[in-house]
Design a protein around this ligand. Structure first.
Ligand code: ZN
Length: 800
């Protein structure tokens, strides 16, 4: 499972009385217009937003008419004959410089531009405006203004509309410290691109470009990093001013009615805690695009709901839910909790054929704010022919006429709550304090049965099947379609084995009720107390469609998927990533946990076979002729899914990540490695990549690379799969030689495992590689009988 994108992280703001409704402000934003009378001929107007420097050497700057008293937009253009402007951005880290170079050809962004459109809620617009009023060199140029208005009004309006919710939020909240600065640049070399400074984001500076390729749009993030003041605050240990608001919901009560046509009508009630000491009236929420809020109240008083699309803001932040606002006419007292009630409705369930159901928007079907753990109380009312499975412990299950009512509550706070439904048969098992409910469909969905299938969109952000999409022709060739039910016993046994194994290795999870449920498609997802498992995982290997009957596919659906998703009860629900840079760690730990179990059941050969496949995928080439692994360091997270390498995100996150954990295990040894994992699961709720490295340091051998900095620099923060050649001689009781690497750049250094046998004794030495062959010398008491590079323990290739 990929962790849900962080929900809204907008600014924190006081506001006493709102002069206008959010809808009115939104209308003004949508109809923003440039003011020909406020067009200035400018020379050398320079300004900076932290690391981002903008030099408007000569040209025209025209402001939009103020909204709510503030200058929120402006356009800069150079004149036809002359004029110049440029923009400078230097990323502070090697990895960010290499990201920028990959997309733009240069490790720094230094671009001349002919035009730029600005949006600001941080006060920059007002500052520039005031500066020009007091600058005698700035001459008003209304004629030029008229031309610019004609050409640029719609451009600015489009851009502003695509940030509408954020702008309305900032305007209504009336504070500039947390406002945003955005610029759409029309560059001389790089064409159109975006730069953004947002103090409420975890990486405040961002540059990138909206691209379109093979009928898909991408936002290619060229670079994104912490702004200078945040970096120096972090380095000096002084706390940066809290820029990120922290709304919290708890005691979330959802009553959902699922109609026979699968439409949902729900009311979500919750206790809302405000972030700071100041009163506020605007609360941001996120929700699936397939749901809409029909009404809402806070403390029993109706509130305004502001809900409009903000496409660009969502693309840049990689969010598939959308942001909306609840606006109270009275300020909310931050010293006390508030009761919110939101009525919402929509369609997040579809029929995949044969009455097999697909639940979409699995983490966004109810409104959320903040990212805290919460307790849930869920009630579902639905046609009595169906069964609902969900996060939590069932506390009520009854029928009422044609309806069935199922209610569940969580014993402990969890990250989010999901549900699934179908015409299920089920098995209930009590084991080691866990209550496991395993649900299976009674039939196959159309895609797998004989009837032609309505297509079900498979989301790309979950643990997907490695190579094939789900076959369209399904199992059409078979005389009778297979029945998903018989494997239910096997699956039950697998789930028990997985829970036993992982509880023994990592300790028990606080969530003791686990529902395993089917979902059409080639993926799975592990929610707290609820696992979605590809319907293919319910088939016996022999029943898989012919295209999926290869060894690797069988292993994926029969062995790995279920264990990977159950492992998310630990990695993903108990321990969560600190930011998108750390998502890989959670996915890799979940996947490696599944591989540890595979190894326990089927031996180390089975583990090595999967890792060999992963290595081959990582070395496979993109359309541009580069290896998938070279798309970027694993810590780039979702940014790896760019127009340059659409498939790289999955392969690097899951498969290279699994290799990284495997190499770490080989470096630490099994016992210390498992202690490390137990340490992570018992001490961390959120964990960053650096925290993980520091913890691993405690378990690492004293040599080489005791703090694992070289290991992380190359494998985690860098790219490269070295081709390694070992040369050695035995002379004067010494084994000496060199280790040479190719296919990686000169700065790459790995320690590779070399197994030396002397008589009946076997030792593993970790030797440094180098582009200039790195020499080594090992004293031995007797001549070696065998010296081998262990490719099974290191992500490398050994050319013949
Ligand atoms: Zn996963």
């Amino acid at each position: 499972m990929r962790v849900l994108p962080t929900v809204i992280l907008l600014a924190a703001i006081p506001r006493c009385i709102l002069a206008a409704s959010a809808a009115e402000v939104g209308d003004q934003v949508e109809h923003i217009s440039l003011d020909a009378a406020e067009c200035y001929r400018i020379l050398d107007l320079n300004f900076a937003k932290e690391d981002l420097k903008i030099y408007l050497a000569s040209g025209y700057l025209i402001f939009a008419k103020p909204i709510a008293g503030a200058h929120l937009g402006a356009i800069f253009v150079t004149s036809e004959v002359a004029g110049d402007a440029d923009l400078l951005l230097m990323p502070p880290s090697r990895s960010e410089r290499s990201s920028l170079a990959k997309f733009t050809g240069s490790p720094t962004l230094e671009e001349h531009f002919k035009a730029g459109a600005f949006i600001f809620t941080d006060g920059t617009g007002d500052q520039l405006f005031e500066q020009l009023q007091s600058n005698p060199a700035a001459k008003k140029s209304p004629d030029m203004g008229g031309l610019i208005v004609e050409r640029w009004t719609s451009v600015l309006a489009n851009l502003v509309t695509s940030f509408e919710t954020r702008l309305v939020y900032d305007i209504l909240s009336d504070r500039r410290d947390n406002g945003l600065f955005y610029m759409a640049v029309s560059g001389v070399k790089l064409d159109n691109f975006d730069v953004l400074y947002d103090p409420t984001a975890s990486d405040q500076i961002l540059a990138g470009k909206l691209t379109y390729r093979d009928n898909r749009s991408y936002f290619d993030t060229w670079t994104s990093f912490q702004a200078r003041s945040f970096r120096s605050a972090a380095a000096s240990g002084s706390a940066a001013p809290p820029r990120v608001t922290h709304y919290a919901l708890d005691n979330i009560r959802i009553e959902a009615t699922i109609a026979p046509d699968l439409a949902i009508q729900a009311v979500t009630r919750a206790t809302l805690t405000l972030p700071e000491r100041q009163p506020r009236s605007v609360v941001p929420f996120s929700l699936s695009p397939n749901m809409r809020i029909t009404s809402a109240s806070i403390d029993g008083r109706p509130v305004e709901v502001f809900d409009r699309a903000s496409l660009r803001a969502n693309l840049i932040s990689n969010q598939d839910d959308r942001q909306l606002l609840l606006i109270s006419d009275l300020p909310l007292d931050p010293s006390m909790p508030h009761e919110i009630e939101i009525q919402h409705e929509g369609a997040v369930i579809s029929n995949a054929g044969n009455d097999v159901y697909y639940v979409g928007s699995r983490g966004t079907w109810y409104p959320r704010t903040g990212v805290d753990l919460a307790r849930y109380d869920l009630t579902f009312r639905y046609p009595k022919t169906l069964t609902v499975a969900a996060t939590g412990k069932p506390v009520e299950d009854r029928t009422d006429g044609d309806w069935r009512i199922t209610r569940l509550k969580t014993d402990t706070p969890v990250r989010f709550a999901g549900f699934n439904l179908g015409e299920f048969q089920s098995v209930l098992v009590e084991r080691n304090g866990y209550t496991i409910n395993l649900y299976a469909n009674r039939r196959l969905e159309s895609a797998l049965a004989r009837k032609p299938a309505p297509t079900v969109a498979v989301p790309e952000d979950q643990f997907p099947h490695p190579r094939h999409s789900i076959p369209a022709d399904g199992l059409a060739a078979r005389a009778t379609p297979p029945d998903p039910a018989p494997r239910i016993e096997n699956l039950t046994k697998n789930v028990i084995d997985t829970l036993d194994f992982m509880t023994e290795e990592f300790g028990p999870t606080p969530i003791r009720n686990l529902a395993i449920t089917p979902i059409p498609g080639g993926f799975g997802q592990g929610f707290p107390g609820l696992v979605y498992l590809s319907t293919l995982a319910y088939l016996d290997p022999g029943q898989l469609p012919p295209q999926l009957r290869e060894r690797a596919e069988e292993t994926f659906f029969s062995d790995l998927l279920e264990a990977h998703e159950v492992a998310h009860q630990w990695w993903g629900n108990l321990v969560v990533p600190a930011s998108y840079h750390d998502d890989w760690l959670i996915e890799s730990l979940a996947n490696y946990s599944a591989l540890l179990l595979l190894e326990r059941k089927k031996g180390s050969k089975a583990l090595d076979t999967v890792l060999d496949d992963y290595r081959a995928h990582l070395l496979s080439k993109t359309a541009g002729g580069q290896s998938l692994e070279s798309a970027g360091p694993i810590v780039w997270g979702y940014r790896l899914e760019s127009s340059l390498a659409p498939d790289a995100w999955r392969t690097v996150t899951y498969e290279k990540g699994t290799w990284i954990i495997h190499m770490l295990r080989r470096r630490l040894g099994d016992e210390k490695f498992l202690s490390l994992l137990r340490d992570v699961s018992s001490h961390y709720h959120t964990i960053s990549t650096e925290q993980f490295r520091e913890l691993a340091h405690k378990y690492a051998p004293a040599t080489p690379d005791p703090d694992l900095k070289i290991f992380f620099d190359n494998w985690v923060y860098g790219t490269g799969i070295p081709a390694v050649k070992l040369s050695y001689t035995w002379h004067a009781m010494k084994l000496s030689g060199t280790v040479a690497q190719r296919e990686v750049d000169d700065t790459f250094t790995a320690f590779v495992p070399v197994e030396v046998q002397t008589g009946s004794k076997t030792d593993v030495y970790w030797l440094a590689t180098g582009t200039d062959p790195a020499p080594f010398s090992i004293s031995l008491k007797s001549p070696p009988t065998k010296v081998t590079l262990l490719a099974a323990n290191c992500l490398m290739t050994i050319p013949k």
